[in-house]
Design a protein around this ligand. Structure first.
Ligand SMILES: Cc1cc2nc3c(=O)[nH]c(=O)nc-3n(C[C@H](O)[C@H](O)[C@H](O)COP(=O)(O)OP(=O)(O)OC[C@H]3O[C@@H](n4cnc5c(N)ncnc54)[C@H](O)[C@@H]3O)c2cc1C
Length: 494
């Protein structure tokens, strides 16, 4: 174990020395490139490496933050590395991230027995044996039924409620268990889809998501940032100059595409010019700034697509304990079951406002024996970004005590951190999803998002990549990568 930890440390130090950068350019800067990429997330890096591999080297990446990766964000926490953003490679067959990473032996399949961790308060009326023997699993299975979701063409909330009510009809399920399981199944889906609640989500659009074969939870032994190194060829000893081509702390403010040369102005007043610009900023950033970023303005159908696709918040909480207090002999999960009655009681007794009833789960983190990782979405995800470390720790410990305080002696928490994807101005949320509104538009909003802006009807001068512009693999790292490749190829084929 010690060897693993020191390796992790080494990676962490290397990671930070290579990614934190400054710029010397200022308001008088006026540089010209063949291609400029806005954003150094996976789609931006994917576009850059594809261009470099195809002998287009007159490129620059303008990145608002001080690091590569965007929503891939591996960082040290205590003695360990954690993932604030993307964590798993979702699928094996048909997933380009898996295909690239598999030969390096940096991946392993994480196995989950989702029904094993269901917990309730000791006085609760919920019947956990009904929940864990069949009800929870069958409830979750509705979300895998793409055909049924497509035919329903309704909100995911309506879809789920109607199927779930049908499921429990004439079965021996009491109201507490039924309500608690339905509540948890909805939460699991909302964290998977990145939606605050299922009312907004469209069942048709979500049924269009392509699920690659194999395990959906393939994890990294070395942190997801290793994938960036792989894309750049770092482990091959022939690293592409992606980092050298990236200008950090460059917040792109306006993109003027009136002519066949695009002018980009950054917040610090610097100007850049290019024949082609690939915009890879998140849907959250586009929702916030698309109307003022482009001159001439974006076409109406693109603005409508940006407005109608969904982008909410998922956040993670990492808490480190003095000693591990949970058994290490199985993969530890706590998936919380709440009846409305239990929630009410918890809220009345809580010293921290009772928001923790909305925490979806806490689970072990592989190779990190003293850390538990929790998940929250929507308003609760936004709320935790505003809390002090003490408030957050207090609420988490109160929650853990409520559920398993009788069973385990919970050791002292010594460190806590959380992701803050909503208040990160360069992301403004977590990942995109299809809404009832985007489904009702009757076309694939992602396709419209992906359409380039043409000069003289033929020259793609402004191109769009990023996970939200992938019509089949949105919300994923592999989806983001594919869009970067797609737009680089569009330029190469022009
Ligand atoms: C909590 C969480 C968990 C996730 N889990 C998984 C998972 O397990 N598996 C998976 O496959 N996917 C997961 N994802 C989704 C995945 O991380 C994203 O789909 C993918 O990383 C998006 O890449 P991107 O290049 O499209 O966008 P981004 O990563 O958002 O990159 C865009 C870049 O643009 C920069 N930028 C923004 N505005 C400007 C500006 N004005 N000027 C210049 N630069 C700007 C940003 O700083 C950023 O670096 C998760 C995401 C989150 C948040």
């Amino acid at each position: 174990m010690e060897r693993i930890l020191s390796l992790h440390f080494l990676f962490a130090v290397m990671f930070f020395t290579i990614t934190v950068n400054g710029n010397t350019e200022n308001a008088s800067t006026r540089e010209k490139y063949e291609v400029i990429i806005v954003g150094a997330g996976i789609s931006g890096i994917g576009a850059a490496t594809h261009l470099l591999n195809n002998n287009i080297s007159d490129i620059a990446i303008l990145e608002a933050s001080n690091r590569l990766g965007g929503r891939v964000y591996t960082a040290p926490f205590g003695d360990y590395l954690i993932e604030y953003g993307a964590q798993w490679v979702h699928g094996q067959g048909g997933n380009p991230v898996y295909k690239i990473a598999e030969p390096y032996n940096f991946l392993y399949v994480q196995t989950w027995n989702i029904t094993k961790g269901l917990v309730k308060h000791s006085d609760s009326k919920i019947n956990t044996s009904v929940a864990s023997s069949w009800l929870f699993e069958e409830a979750l299975r509705f979300f895998d039924n793409g055909n049924d979701m497509m035919l329903c063409n309704c909100s995911l909330e309506y879809y789920f409620n109607s199927r779930f009510n049908e499921l429990i009809k004439n079965r021996n399920v009491d109201e507490y268990t039924a309500q608690a399981v339905a509540d948890q199944a909805r939460k699991c889906q909302s964290v998977q889809d990145g939606a605050g609640n299922l009312d907004e989500e469209g069942s048709w659009g979500n049924s269009q998501y392509f699920v690659p074969n194999g395990s959906l939870t393939v994890a990294w032994k070395t942190g997801y940032h290793s994938f960036i190194n792989m894309l750049m060829g770092k482990y091959e000893g022939k690293e592409l100059p992606v980092e050298q081509k990236t200008k950090f702390n460059k917040v792109v403010q306006t993109i003027n595409w009136t002519g066949n040369e695009v002018e980009i102005t950054c917040e610090d007043g610097s100007h850049y010019f290019a024949d082609h610009v690939i915009v890879t900023v998140s849907l959250g950033v586009l929702k916030f700034s698309a109307k003022k970023m482009f001159n001439p303005p974006l076409p109406d159908n693109k603005l409508t697509a940006i407005e109608s696709l969904g982008f909410d918040v998922v956040n993670k909480i990492f808490i480190q304990f003095e000693t591990h207090w949970w058994p290490l002999d199985f993969e530890y999960n706590l998936i919380f079951l709440w009846s409305n009655e239990d929630k009410q009681r918890f809220k009345t007794e809580s010293k921290y406002g009772g928001w923790a009833t909305e925490v979806i789960s806490f689970h072990f983190v592989e190779n990190q024996p003293r850390i538990l990782e929790g998940w929250v979405t929507g308003d609760t995800a936004r709320l935790i970004e505003t809390l002090s470390d003490d408030e957050l720790t207090g609420a988490v410990i109160e929650l853990l005590n409520w559920f398993v305080g009788n069973e385990y002696s919970i050791s002292k928490p010594i460190n806590i951190t959380r992701s803050s994807w909503a208040s990160n101005h360069f992301i403004r949320g977590s990942y995109s999803f299809r809404t009832v509104k985007s489904d009702r538009l009757g076309y694939s909003a992602s396709d419209i998002l992906a359409e380039p802006l043409l000069f003289n009807k033929t020259n793609p001068v402004v191109l769009f990549a990023g996970e939200a512009s992938n019509d089949k693999s949105f919300a994923t790292v592999h989806g983001a990568l594919e869009t970067g490749w797609r737009e680089a190829a569009r330029i190469l084929n022009f």
